[in-house]
Write a protein that binds this ligand. Structure first.
Ligand code: C2E
Ligand code: MG
Ligand code: MG
Ligand code: MG
Length: 291
């Protein structure tokens, strides 16, 4: 199978059936080299708080500068990294780059919380917390500027391990968000029992919300419950103004998606942030909200 991305062609690995294929084995070896040589780059996507009109943070999203073919999206190599144990060193590279970038921005007077995606495997990495502590100390970064995102499906796999790790992170002042919320089957009451800061409502709900009154009710109820439990909500994959307005009406004020910006390089993100003003957008956002 081939997929066209960014004008280049990548051969896709598409599941366990191919796991013995020469292409899969080549990718593993290339990924190994990529980690040794750090062939990765982070793109950053902003989250906008439409209540305050401010940028509340950015999410770091990894891309692989695949030799001579441009940038390979994470969907095409994260799973392989997870299956082969390469995810731990990859996560470390991503964390290091994100912390460095956050420090650099901070030095420029641009204080911007950076969220990093953490795979379930890292919860079993005995060095994970030590590495984070070392990174924060080395770069003298305020832990409140580092946020970690873990997917809802991760939560379900290892409840005890996850609870312990989230607690240890919270002690350090590091904020944890549950990513892709709604795609797993965890109950809100279970999620509420964890010391998490934010729920990120999955893009699939945001997409269906406008056409489906049922989906809209699910989203509204999730936002209401999360807020009454003291958990913040972010909607992800928001790409049209009507979605922004509907989410605002339901009380979800943090918006991430192409509507405001695609993930872009660090320098471009900063330039975008400098000129950003919510007033430039044709949005109807009444002051009175649901919650
Ligand atoms: P995610 O954490 O849910 O990140 C959001 C994904 O949705 C990003 O895709 C982003 O580009 C895309 N997106 C954001 N807004 C919109 C929109 O309005 N429309 C559409 N169609 N898409 C939108 P990306 O960068 O390809 O990342 C895909 C996934 O790969 C991420 O999903 C995350 O689970 C994973 N990932 C990315 N970077 C890392 C990493 O450093 N470590 C790990 N473990 N996973 C990562
Ligand atoms: Mg994420
Ligand atoms: Mg997400
Ligand atoms: Mg997602």
């Amino acid at each position: 199978r081939h997929a066209k991305r960014n004008g280049t062609v990548f051969e896709l690995y598409s599941g366990p059936a191919e796991s013995e294929s020469p292409r899969y084995l080549t990718l593993i070896s290339e990924l190994h080299t990529a980690i040794v040589e750090n062939q990765f780059v982070l793109h950053y996507q902003p989250r906008v708080d439409i209540g305050t009109g401010r940028i509340s943070g950015v999410e770091a999203l990894v891309r692989w500068r695949y030799p001579e073919q441009g940038l390979m999206p994470p969907a095409e190599f994260i799973a392989i990294a997870e299956q082969t144990g390469l995810i731990d060193p990859l996560t470390h590279l991503v964390l290091e780059a994100a912390v460095q970038q956050c420090r650099a921005w901070s030095d420029q007077g641009f204080d911007m919380p950076v969220a990093v995606n953490i795979s379930v495997n890292s919860f079993h990495d005995p060095d994970f917390l030590t590495r984070i502590d070392t990174l924060l100390a080395t770069w003298k970064l305020n832990p409140a500027l580092l946020q970690l995102e873990i997917t809802e499906t991760t939560l379900m796999k290892e409840p005890a391990v996850v609870r312990n790790l989230i607690n240890r992170l919270k002690e350090r002042g590091i904020v944890v968000a549950i990513d892709d919320f709604g795609t797993g089957y965890s109950s809100l009451s279970y999620v509420a029992s964890l010391p998490i800061h934010t729920l990120k409502i999955d893009r699939s709900f945001v997409i269906r919300m406008l056409e489906s009154p049922r989906t809209r009710s699910v989203v509204a109820a999730t936002i209401f419950l999360a807020h009454s439990l003291g958990i913040k909500t972010v909607a992800e994959g928001v790409d049209v103004g009507e979605q922004v307005e509907a989410l605002h009406e339901m009380g979800c004020t943090e918006i991430q998606g192409y509507y405001f910006s695609r993930p872009v390089e660090a320098e471009q993100l900063r330039r975008w942030a400098e000129t950003f003003s919510l007033e430039h957008y044709a949005l109807t956002l009444p002051a009175e909200r649901a919650n």
